[in-house]
Design a protein around this ligand. Structure first.
Ligand code: SF4
Length: 390
């Protein structure tokens, strides 16, 4: 690793501290920050309003280090997916999803993921390492300025209006790098995104939900995927550590400071596993009058190792109707970029798994389905009834 400092690693306070070491005042750091993030500049010689002496100092000591683009795929619906090489045989994905009124960038926080959710391609690859702040920010920096040029946007118009930390990795298990990256996204001298337009999606790392609330309360999405603990233990192994009741309590604490007055619950629809109407009713009992929320039902993107299937469309719509009829706001996510495998983790292939995640997943038993009405559940919450394996 070179001794040259990557300026993408810094939020504005960090850059000011770095500039101070060079004998420069904070307003110089602000100018530099704007050049990098607002104008997409990486060549200090271009930064015409910076003092020549500062440009000379930067030229030897610092750089704006982009990620290497390994591949780019563009879908017929406008979705673009980049695969970035982050070294050591690892790659991470970033996806741009254009819609009429917004452009959303789905950003990765880790190479692989240690949580190991059943339905997630990334989770099946295991975990290699956390991305640094600079590697998280570089995804946005590249996408924003690349898209401005590609879409020929007029000066001052942004390509990316929303960021979701929903790519590869569990962002709250990489909190130290995530926090400065969020600050870069929100900073008026950086990308100037409002807290409502930046979403952190978590599988439920309860203590870090509390930290995020205190440090940088952006919009929060929670990967719920099951209406009860036994099924969620199977689908999202982190649930064994932080169960649903504890998670929902953390969601309520988060809402004290959140920029939105609801939590988004993500729910991946798995055929015959979590998509029955009675499971929708179980969800209603779980959240109604307890957690202000909306549900986002996500069509599952099948991959061979999962052994799972996508719920048929009519089953998804029936599930949505049960929730909606009970007054729970529910949307069904449109599938985007189907022609380019735009779901996260589907391009990256094998990461260099430095954990035992893959081994753990390989030894799992078939999914057991747990529903509220099961006789044994009534006697003993740990008891379960085995049904079809999807
Ligand atoms: S869904 Fe998220 S938390 Fe779960 S394995 Fe995939 S990347 Fe990790």
């Amino acid at each position: 690793m070179s001794g040259v400092v990557n300026l993408l690693e810094f939020d504005l306070d960090g850059l000011a501290a770095f500039c101070e070491q060079l004998g420069e005042k904070r307003f110089r750091a602000t100018q530099l920050f704007r050049w990098i993030h607002q104008k997409g500049a990486s060549d200090f010689a271009q930064m015409s309003d910076l003092a020549k002496s500062l440009r000379d100092k930067l030229a030897g000591a610092a750089e704006v280090r982009p990620l290497a683009v390994a591949s780019e795929q563009a879908s017929s619906d406008g979705t673009i997916k980049w695969l970035f090489d982050v070294g050591g045989g690892n790659a991470v994905e970033t996806v741009f999803i254009p819609e009429d009124d917004r452009g959303t960038l789905c950003v990765s926080s880790q190479a692989g993921c240690a949580v190991g959710c059943r339905f997630c391609s990334t989770g099946h690859q295991g975990f290699s390492r956390n991305l640094s702040t600079g590697e998280i920010v570089a995804q946005l920096w590249f996408a924003e300025h690349h898209l401005r040029r590609r879409l020929n946007l007029p000066d001052g118009e942004r390509a990316i209006t929303n960021v979701v930390m929903m790519g590869m990795g569990e962002p709250l298990q990489n909190y130290a790098a995530l926090l400065p990256a969020l600050r870069v996204m929100l900073d008026d001298h950086g990308y100037g995104l409002s807290r409502r337009r930046v979403t952190v999606s978590t599988s439920g790392v309860v203590p870090m939900i509390d930290r995020l609330r205190d440090d940088c309360p952006v919009a929060l999405a929670v990967s719920l995927h099951a209406p009860n603990d036994p099924l969620r233990d199977d689908l999202v192994p982190l649930n064994r550590k932080y169960g649903i009741a504890e998670l929902l309590a953390a969601c309520n604490r988060y809402l004290d400071r959140a920029p939105r007055d609801f939590i988004t619950f993500e729910y991946c629809m798995l055929d015959g596993v979590n998509d029955a109407p009675e499971q929708a009713r179980e969800l209603i009992a779980l959240v109604r009058h307890k957690v202000p929320c909306k549900f986002n039902l996500i069509p599952f993107n099948p991959f061979p190792e999962s052994g799972l299937k996508r719920s048929p469309r009519e089953r998804v719509m029936a599930f949505a109707r049960v929730l909606q009829d009970a007054g729970v706001i529910t949307t069904v996510r449109k599938t985007r970029g189907d022609d380019i495998d735009a779901a996260c983790g589907q391009l990256a292939g094998e990461v260099q798994d430095r954990t035992r995640v893959k081994a753990r997943i390989a030894t799992r038993s078939p999914i057991r389905i747990h529903r509220q009405g099961d006789a044994q559940d009534k006697q003993d919450n740990a008891g379960t009834r085995q049904e079809t394996n999807a």
